[in-house]
Write a protein that binds this ligand. Sequence first.
Ligand SMILES: [Zn+2]
Length: 334
Amino acid sequence: MGTSSAMDPCAPQPPLFTFGLIADVQYADIDDGFNFTRTRRRYYRSSLQLLKNALRSWSESAVKPAFILQLGDLIDGFNKPRGASQRALDAVLREFASCPVRVHHVWGNHEFYNFSRSELVGSPLDSSPYADSRPSEVPGQDPIYAYQFSPFPGFTFVVLDGYDVSLLGRQESSEQYNNAMNLIKLYNNNEDLNCPPELECHSRFTMFNGGYSREQLDWLESVLSAADEKQERVTIVSHLPVHPYSTDSVCLAWNYEDLLAVIRSHSCVVCYMAGHAHDAGYCLDQDTGVHHLTVDGVIETVPDSDAYGTVSVYADRMVLVGKGRMADRVLLFL
Ligand SMILES: [Zn+2]
């Protein structure tokens, strides 16, 4: 005689909730190309089909994900000179509209190649209306695109703005642009600021990266202090990786040490997720037990494969089940 699973303490428990994960779709209606160093193929057209595959899988799953995390670079910068930014955005948003799951969009460098910060604010790529809280706005300044939301009691997610301090998206006349220019020039003497400095410890100071302002870090500090008190589990997502062992040094946020220091001073953080690098990376920060996950990019994934994942969240762990080249991973809350 069998025991019903409700009675069996060893039966697998259902997750508290699940969420979808996808990064760097970089769609454009153009032929395949290559990355900057011409070592990796980019499948600009096929990336739309891979996005469809992911969304179909989430739409058809028996238990719908609570939300989707889209980690930035949804359409490629090549759309801009072709006057195709809006058309490409409409094409990817049509796909998202076919899926009945809420999407949290992160902004990457390619968002800013196509649109200014003020154009992105209030656009369909601005998911901050789903925020429980966000940094206070400064009158006359384009806002920082950061916010927190709580999809389930005891769990908080924080979306961070990796281009808060950057040469992208801000008006050239603004004080922020000026400050970012002064910072990058301290380390990057190249005429083309998209070209990384030769010194590896400075290679992240390129135009395609950016950083986190003191204002944003202070806001994060307050969010994490509140979460510490409530003993919540916090996952932080951003376009840019911040742990040197989780990615290539050329992909790190400019002031990754500042963000790492904030993360390390709070016990509530369990995971940091980023895109941007196109190749997966992972490390466990030994000091804090925080998992740093860099997610594979759709754009450099062969057309007959896939690059998305679904994360199941339990009381003591998150379990990532990847499709195609995205690897499975168990992230224990330590
Ligand atoms: Zn990027």
